[in-house]
Design a protein around this ligand. Structure first.
Ligand code: KIV
Length: 271
């Protein structure tokens, strides 16, 4: 009889416990089965099927064009590969704003069709009703404040958010709203480290930062950025752990050379 090692799943409860004991949460994005399978063999805590797929997978300039169906396709591929990490899926632009019934329907489709463990959406007070309705169906919700890329046409730029006192005050109020309403965690994107530290201290649920400094409960990066596949995007907060762009480019050039010089395939590589 084969003995199967049971993998302990990361749940929202586990993330809460991690915050309580001061253990940092590591989160990365993934969008496809093969890469998610590699990440699954690491100790990653949370995998986000981010709507950044719109940029890094589809080549759009913003996250706005990606559709719910496309997010579901990416998420289904990722969930198939992941046994341990909590998989969270972004609700795309247009799937939840201004209509809480639509928000619930979108979140239900994601949970039912992908098998993910929760959804993420952007905004504070403006999306409170949508979050409340999604939560009534028992769907875990992760919030996202600070630089919220789905609102890029309102901001007009990707600069650091909440540097002005009034915006910082609203962000703190929004974080409290998200906590009170029942979100299980909040992503804080590109805000001053001091403000992120204050929010992390005041709020009991885990705070995951991206460009929000060290004094948060965990970090998230877009996988294609930290692996150095994307070259044109270089914000200060991004640490590149590899230069996959060069690796892939070099491998493809070598393949082309081998084909052209009749080096590939050789005797052993044919039937
Ligand atoms: O879509 C995404 O990848 C995100 C992260 C930047 C947090 O929302």
């Amino acid at each position: 009889m084969a003995i199967q090692k049971k993998v302990k799943r990361v749940t929202t409860h586990v993330l809460n416990e991690m915050k309580l004991r001061g253990e940092k949460i590591a989160m990365l994005t993934a969008y496809d089965y093969s890469i998610a399978k590699i990440i699954n063999r690491t100790d990653i805590d949370v995998i986000l099927v981010g709507d950044s797929a719109s940029n890094v997978m589809a080549g759009h300039e913003t996250t706005l064009p990606i559709t719910l169906n496309e997010m579901i396709y990416h998420a289904t591929s990722v969930v198939r590969a992941v046994k341990r990490a909590l998989v969270v899926v972004d609700l795309p632009f247009g799937a939840y704003q201004g209509n809480s019934k639509k928000a619930l329907a979108s979140a239900i489709r994601i949970m039912k069709e992908t098998g993910a463990g929760g959804v993420k959406l952007e905004g504070g007070k403006e999306v409170k009703e949508s979050i409340e309705r999604i939560l009534t169906a028992g769907i875990p919700v992760m919030g996202h404040l600070g630089l919220t890329p789905q609102s890029i046409h309102k901001f007009g730029t990707y600069v650091v958010r909440a540097q002005e006192e009034s915006e910082a005050k609203k962000l703190i109020e929004d974080a409290h709203i998200l906590e009170e309403v029942g979100c299980f965690a909040i992503v804080l994107e590109k805000i001053p480290a001091k403000l992120a530290a204050q929010v992390t201290k005041e709020i009991k649920i885990p705070i995951i930062g991206i460009g929000a400094g060290i004094h948060v409960d965990g970090q998230v990066l877009v996988l294609h950025d930290m692996l150095g596949i994307t070259q044109e995007f270089s914000p200060r907060f991004l640490r590149r752990y590899h230069n996959l762009y060069l690796e892939i480019h070099g491998a493809v050039q070598n393949y082309i050379k081998d084909v052209k010089t009749l080096d590939f395939p050789n005797e052993k590589e044919q039937y």
